[in-house]
Design a protein around this ligand. Structure first.
Ligand code: GLY
Length: 350
């Protein structure tokens, strides 16, 4: 991996690994306008959504832009078909380049559509939310939901580059900041106890007020996720740890249409409770995680219908035959993959 760091901030990105043949370049702290130095404007198609387009209209003026309806409910095959129809209508060919500008829904759909159009054209992302900067745009998993089943159809293909323009966060609504911090806290819980301690000292408001602090936080999280993906792109082992809080989280998110970060937050606390009963994870550490999630305005419990949740969980991609890999904690900063029998899991959920 080649890292191009165009950043005025001393971030952790220097340490992003450069091993393997994974992925492309990261342009940190780079203006969106720099895009025209990287790709040919006349053969590039930008895919974004109505929210990002309306907040940043001047950015897109000189670009060919395909605008999607905003929201997770549009992360469906019908939207991919719409993109493909638009690419055909605009004479996109195999040499065309596609750039997804937006949050996780936009980047996931863009990566998927680009990977299947004419059997694959090159693509890149400009993430515009905290969640997509620290998580969704990184890792190459791209796809769509099928009805209630999240990311059931998709593939793993890495973008050519990611461009991080932190000024795009200025128009990010507050609930989206909260959403993104659920993944930041997840990274701290599974991999980085020091980051956990840092987050305990800080707050969303502090990061919003100090762009340098925010840049360092984002780059540290990019490093965590990238390191995991570089070492296990196809999720044979360590990459599974990134699913901490996501098994139950995805089921709750889809059933109750909760924001992703809220659902993951609830899922992380449920996973902590399971960790307490199966791994001697300490109650005081669960309480610390709960307090941190609350500090970042995230919910830690939800009254869900256990029968309905169980019906969705049974269809989770992580189920293999009669067991499922569940991510639990040994301690804050250290997660493990535990295979749990479906009958035992059903008891734990109930
Ligand atoms: N697109 C998110 C990931 O690859 O994990």
């Amino acid at each position: 991996m080649k890292i191009i760091k165009v950043s005025s901030f001393a971030g952790a990105s220097e340490a992003i690994p450069t091993v393997g043949n994974f992925g492309g370049s990261y342009y940190f702290d780079t203006s969106f306008a720099y895009l025209e130095q990287i790709v040919a404007r006349d053969n590039t198609f930008i895919i974004t959504d109505t929210n990002v387009f309306e907040s940043n209209q001047q950015l897109f003026k000189a670009w060919q832009t395909i605008i999607l309806p905003a929201g997770e409910t549009h992360k469906q095959q019908a939207t991919v078909n719409f993109i493909i129809d638009e690419l055909i209508a605009r004479n996109a060919d195999r040499t065309s380049f596609i750039v997804g500008v937006g949050g996780g829904v936009v980047t996931d759909i863009t990566g998927f559509a680009a990977s299947i159009y004419m059997r694959g054209v090159k693509f890149a992302f400009v993430p515009t939310t905290i969640l997509s900067m620290v998580d969704a745009a990184i890792g190459g998993k791209n796809g769509v939901d099928v009805g209630m089943y999240k990311n059931l159809v998709g593939l793993i293909k890495q973008p050519e580059f990611l461009l991080f323009d932190y000024s795009l966060l200025k128009t990010l609504p507050h609930p989206e900041w909260i959403n993104g911090f659920a993944e930041v806290i997840k990274h701290a819980c599974i991999k980085d106890a020091e980051l956990f301690a840092l987050l305990e000292q800080e707050s969303i408001e502090n990061f919003q007020a100090d762009i340098g602090k925010l840049a360092n936080l984002i780059e540290r999280n990019v490093q965590i996720k990238t390191t995991v993906v570089v070492n296990d792109e196809f999720e044979m082992s360590d990459r599974k740890l990134l699913n901490f809080g996501h098994t139950l989280g995805h089921a709750i998110e889809n059933l109750y249409l909760l924001p992703h970060g809220h659902a993951v937050s609830i899922g992380m606390i449920a996973a902590c409770a399971i960790s307490e009963s199966t791994n001697n994870f300490s109650v005081s550490d669960t309480n610390k995680i709960k307090a941190l999630l609350k500090k970042y305005h995230l919910p830690t419990q939800y009254e869900y219908d256990k029968q309905k949740i169980w019906a969705v969980l049974k269809m989770d991609k992580k189920r293999v035959s009669n067991s499922m890999n569940f991510i639990l904690l040994n301690s804050i900063g250290e997660a493990i993959i535990q295979t749990i029998d479906m009958n035992e899991l059903e008891n734990l959920i109930h």
